[in-house]
Design a protein around this ligand. Structure first.
Ligand code: SF4
Length: 224
């Protein structure tokens, strides 16, 4: 993983990212603290590449780019489809009603937000909360791919149909996709319903709970 991260940081430097001290990289990042600092620096470098981004049409209506937040060395990364109104205003992922529900799900899993990482497939709010369109996903998703490459979680939880379709490579209803693991860039992916869908349909609570329990079993921290 160290070499992958180093290659990534070098790539960012080649792209003109400022403020990286490549010669000063630690030779040994096996230490947790060094790895945390290293990943944080990689994420910051990636964030700088997105500043003032106008690569796709979603930039026109946004207030803030919602890059993502959380632990730089998480076991689990949660990926949603894109920012909503509250997220766009605050520049943070999952801060509205759906975010409050996600926080409750995490608490039930025995996790704090600071222990995991949360981001979206696209980083700017689609107008009127529509789904991101294919051209927007294809333009923005390389940044998600690079986030995942940096974070190297043990498992990814895809929240909702857009994230599930992108991360599994399959266009199918959640009823078909959920219940098994997939692979994204060498990392296991478990799809489940988006918290906003649970707010609309409380019947999704049980399958989501089953899915997150499966996630916790996978990382060796089963929910009691
Ligand atoms: S959605 Fe992504 S690619 Fe499009 S403008 Fe925002 S940051 Fe750039």
């Amino acid at each position: 993983m160290k070499e992958q991260l180093r290659a990534h940081l070098l790539y960012l430097a080649e792209q003109g990212v400022q403020g990286l001290e490549i010669p000063g990289l630690p030779d040994n990042v096996s230490d947790n603290r060094a790895e945390t600092d290293f990943n944080r620096e990689c994420l910051q470098a990636l964030w700088h590449r997105l500043e003032n981004c106008t690569r796709c049409k979603l930039h026109r209506g946004r207030n803030n780019i919602v890059f993502g937040e959380g632990s730089p060395t998480p076991d689990i990364v949660f990926v949603g489809e894109g920012p909503g109104r509250d997220e766009d205003l605050q520049g943070r992922p999952f801060v509205g009603r759906a975010g409050a529900l996600l926080n409750r799900i995490l608490a039930a899993m025995g996790l704090q937000r600071e222990e995991i990482y949360i981001c979206n497939v696209v980083k700017c709010r689609p107008p009127n909360n529509r789904n991101p369109e294919p051209d927007e996903i294809s333009t923005c998703s390389p940044f998600l791919a690079q986030q995942i490459d940096i974070l190297q979680p043990r498992v990814i939880c895809a929240l909702g149909n857009v994230a599930a379709a992108f991360l599994t490579g399959r266009n199918a209803p959640m009823t078909v996709l959920r219940g098994r693991f997939y692979d994204y860039r060498g990392i296991c992916v478990r799809p489940t319903y988006h918290p906003a869908a649970i707010l609309r349909n409380p019947g999704y609570r049980r399958p989501v709970w089953e899915d997150v329990q499966e996630l916790m079993r996978y990382i060796g921290k089963p929910v009691p």
